[in-house]
Design a protein. Sequence first.
Length: 111
Amino acid sequence: MRTYGRLPDGTWVQVSTSATGDDSAVWLTTLAQTIKLLLGESPTYGQYGIPAYQSVATQVPPDFYVAQTQTQFSPYFASLAIQRVPNVFPPAYRAKTVCFNGAVLDPVIAT
């Protein structure tokens, strides 16, 4: 299994299943890219993403859509909790994950 993730400098890298068959990095990268997507931006997965531009215009964080994203991705982790980082603009989210292999990951994902 593989996916692609964008680095802060704008380059794309391939993330694939590890030699042990662990898909945690793939699903976490896909989760991060989904939070960065605009709602309806993907031609294949129109239900993924958040309305970031509308959120900036209305000053209402897209927490509802992030909660939907958490529900969509929760089967791929033993535990997944996504929370908004307070007092950060544009909104950023902390994705506290426990993988099936026991690894604990706690990235902050900016929208």
